[in-house]
Design a protein around this ligand. Structure first.
Ligand code: ATP
Length: 831
């Protein structure tokens, strides 16, 4: 079964003694591997159906012939084994089967006219293997050629009973074989009819098997010629070739089956079929007895009836066959339709898939197109913007070209003007040179005149005798101070109180310091600069104006039990000191760095106006330096010993700058605020600021410091003491401005008078707050007249009391004192 499709075979079997066995093998073998499983199944189903139909037809034939038949079927690999198995299983006692293929028999019929032995291998096999209880008749083309006796013990030599069938009819039907009993056979009929009933021949083209079905009841008396023809048409289906059964006519040339009475066949011609064997039999009948003839006639009648019944059955079968053919055709059409449907379904599925792919591709294409559209829109926008920019640029270019032309025109005009100006400049240069020459001559003349007239007025040379006389020969009781340069004596020189500075006897610096002091102080005049009245060159003695309040150092330490300086006076002193430093730094033609700023060199007049002295180590600032914020060192000099007032950068580099004075000024400010010595003061203040204990550090002897101002002043001082000179504030823009504001707020004035002027001023011209001549006098609620700026600052700083009476002011209105103002103006205009 693995390699071939087994052809079905059929059996008609009667039970209980007599047996009719019809075996049928169909078709050719075909490898299963060449067929699909579905095809195999379909083939089998169709084959089984056909087999059942055929068996049913046989059964009907048997039925009509009065033979009771039962259908059994078996499927096995080998036909002959199947037959033997059936014989064994069902105890078949009688069997008719083919002995050789029709083809073989046809070819050898001339030689085997009297063939007595089975030629078919299946027949031989069955003969040898079947149970011996089974009696077997072997036939070939309607001829009984051999009998294997069973237990019946009947062995009949059967001659060829019938002759040749007629040739094929025009509708393809083959001739049929009609069995006839020979005379001998006739003689043996009685014996045979009891043991071997009528037989039918069944033939298969492909299988070459012929099996005679034997009626268990015998068919004696039954008209022979009951034929059944099954034609198999070969059709190709699914690579397998087979022939479907057909029931066209009782006889066919191939695959036909003849069901006839074996021993009682009558010599008649039916359906165009004839056989010489029949005539031969008729001849034989002539030699029979009358009773036999009568019996034969009865049988013929029965046969006719049987034939009629068979014809009716044949028609039914024909109709069934036609129906089967139509059904087959319909099935085939259905299968074809199914295949076409399958094919169409596959094509449809494929087309669906392709359509889906196409739609997806189309969708992607649309998306790409959409993106492209967006990109195109973006590009178009950019292009539009670019076009607009291009247009704008074109306009700008046009305007620029126009401007260029105008500028070129202007440039040409300017060039012409420049040439004109150059010419004028050259002319002016020439005139300037002439003027300079004249000025030089005039200067020379003026210098000579000045040396003869002005110098004695500003700077006096004193003889040593005069100096000794003024100091009573340097009387120690007149000595008022001691410095690095020498001793300072108070003296009366030419009816004027003076301070005489006598250098140390062995001082090496004496001559140079003497010359420096003379050079500076003889050419400078400032209210806060000590006045050098004269000098005694022969003894390097310097004569200064006498300042009765000594130095700031003495006053801060309250030397000789002098009263402490008030915080207002200290702010005023800081302002004055800042002012004179600025004066020095911005001196023309070259600025001056004091270089030795300390409280000992700050002298105080009778009104505690600061007078800066001690110019022994000053130096000049170069012009470049003065114009670049005084940060470039003006000179290099060796520091003469470390001092708390000295700029650490100067100590490190030896470069003295204006910022060095700012550092020293910062230390002095801290001393004014705290009243403490300079050494370590910077750290102390910084620590107090960090701790927030500045208040405790302020000098309490100065009075009640306005803490906000004191704090501001402290921070200002700390900035002045920055280690990095670039971090120190500018005196003009930062320090002096703040100090001036503080001075005003605490009752000072920026309008300063020299002390001598102050002394000669009518007291009612002097502002009680500023202690200076008023410029814009105003009357306050207490009835006193003040400088407007001073009293406004007083009130704005939160005071609501009179600066003079300390009583409360009824109001803050200020009334201009026009009469006093006019008087002051008149007084000031006096020569
Ligand atoms: N014109 C003056 N009027 C009153 N006292 C003065 C005068 N000049 C100096 N003195 C007193 O003399 C002291 C020493 O003066 P000064 O510091 O100028 O001397 P010095 O020798 O120049 O010192 P140094 O060179 O260290 O500055 C001063 O502290 C001051 O008390």
């Amino acid at each position: 079964m693995n390699t071939t499709i087994e052809r079905p075979f059929m059996q008609l079997q009667s039970v209980r003694g007599g047996l009719v066995c019809l075996k049928f093998a169909v078709g050719t073998k075909c490898p299963v591997t060449q067929m699909e499983e579905q095809q195999v199944k379909a083939y089998r189903e169709i084959e089984r159906e056909n087999m059942n139909k055929l068996l049913l037809e046989y059964s009907m034939i048997c039925e009509q012939a009065g033979v009771r038949a039962h259908i059994l079927h078996i499927e096995m690999e080998c036909i002959e084994e199947g037959i033997v198995e059936l014989i064994s299983q069902h105890g078949i006692k009688k069997l008719v089967m083919g002995a050789a293929a029709d083809k073989q028999y046809s070819k050898l019929v001339s030689y085997y006219q009297n063939m007595m032995e089975p030629k078919s291998k299946k027949a031989i096999y069955v003969r040898s293997q079947a149970l011996m209880s089974c009696h077997i008749w072997f036939i070939c083309r309607g001829n009984l050629i051999h009998i294997r006796e069973g237990r019946l013990g009947v062995s009949v030599e059967v001659a060829s009973l019938i002759g040749r069938a007629s040739p094929s009819t025009e509708n393809g039907k083959s001739g049929f074989w009609r069995s006839r009993s020979t005379t001998k056979l006739q003689n043996d009929q009685q014996n045979l009819s009891t043991s071997v009933p009528d037989f039918h021949r069944v033939r298969s083209d492909a299988g070459g098997m012929k099996v005679f079905a034997l009626s268990p009841n015998g068919l004696r008396g039954v008209t022979p010629h009951c034929t059944l023809n099954i034609e198999r048409s070969v059709d190709r289906w699914g690579g397998f070739s087979w022939r479907s059964p057909s029931l066209n006519s009782p006889f066919s040339s191939s695959g036909d089956m003849v069901f006839s009475s074996a021993l009682t066949a009558t010599p008649r011609k039916e359906d165009g079929l004839e056989s010489h064997a029949i005539h031969h039999s008729q001849d034989d009948y002539r030699h029979t007895s009358p009773s036999s003839i009568l019996e034969g006639h009865m049988k013929d009648e029965l046969c006719d009836q049987l034939e009629q019944a068979m014809a009716a059955a044949e028609n039914s079968r024909q109709e069934a066959f036609d129906e089967s053919v139509r059904r087959r055709k319909a099935e085939k059409d259905a299968i074809d339709a199914f295949r076409r449907a399958k094919t169409s379904e596959r094509v449809y599925t494929e087309e669906l898939r392709q359509r889906k792919e196409t739609e997806e591709a189309l969708l992607r294409g649309r998306e790409d197109l959409e993106k492209l559209k967006q990109q195109v829109d973006v590009v178009l926008d950019e292009l539009r913007i670019s076009m607009e920019q291009r247009s704008s640029l074109k306009t700008q270019i046009a305007n620029s070209e126009k401007m260029v032309q105008e500028l070129e025109h202007k440039m040409f005009s300017a060039v012409e003007l420049l040439q004109k100006y150059k010419k004028q400049r050259d002319e002016l240069h020439a005139e300037r040179d002439k003027a300079l020459k004249v000025a030089e001559e005039l200067r020379k003349n003026q210098g000579e005149a000045a040396s003869n007239t002005i110098a004695p007025q500003l700077f006096s040379d004193f003889s040593l005798a005069e100096i000794e006389g003024a100091t009573r020969n340097f009387d120690n009781s007149l000595k008022i101070g001691e410095g690095g340069y020498g001793s300072i004596y108070k003296g009366l020189l030419r009816h004027t109180e003076v301070a005489i500075k006598m250098p140390h006897p062995n001082s090496l610096q004496g001559p140079s310091e003497f010359q420096k002091e003379v050079n500076i102080l003889s050419n400078l005049r400032h209210p806060n600069l000590v006045t050098l009245i004269g000098a005694c060159p022969e003894a390097w003695i310097l004569v200064y104006e006498y300042l009765p309040n000594g130095s700031l150092e003495d006053r801060l330490s309250c030397r000789d039990n002098t009263p402490p300086l008030s915080w207002q006076t200290r702010i005023k002193m800081a302002t004055e000191l800042c002012s004179v430093l600025l004066y020095l730094h911005y001196c023309s033609p070259r600025g001056i760095v004091h270089g030795n700023l300390k409280p000992a060199n700050i002298l105080l007049d009778s009104n505690h106006v600061c007078k800066l002295s001690g110019f022994g180590v000053y130096c000049f600032i170069s012009q470049d330096e003065s114009s670049s914020n005084n940060t470039i060192p003006c000179c290099r000099t060796d520091p003469m010993g470390a001092s708390a007032y000295m700029d650490p950068e100067f100590l490190a580099t030896g470069e003295l700058t204006a910022k060095s004075d700012v550092y020293s000024f910062g230390i002095i400010l801290l001393q004014l605020l705290t009243g403490r010595t300079a050494l370590g003061l910077l750290k102390e203040v910084q620590s107090a600021l960090d701790k927030g204990s500045l208040k405790n550090l302020l000098d309490p002897t100065a009075g009640d410091w306005p803490f906000v101002q004191a704090q501001q002043l402290t921070h200002l001082a700390m900035r002045c003491c920055d280690k990095n000179c670039k971090g120190r504030p500018d005196l003009a823009s930062d320090v002096l401005r703040m100090l001036e504001r503080m001075r005003i707020s605490c009752g000072g004035s920026s309008f300063r008078l020299r002390s001598e002027e102050h002394c000669q001023t009518p007291p009612y011209f002097v502002c009680p707050i500023f202690q200076e001549v008023m410029q814009d006098p105003h009357v306050a609620a207490d009835g006193f007249t003040y400088e407007l700026e001073a009293v406004r600052g007083w009130i704005d700083s939160g005071h609501d009391t009179s600066p003079m009476t300390n009583l409360s002011l009824s109001h803050c209105n200020l009334v201009p004192n026009h009469a006093l103002r006019s008087a002051i103006q008149e007084w000031l205009q006096q020569p």
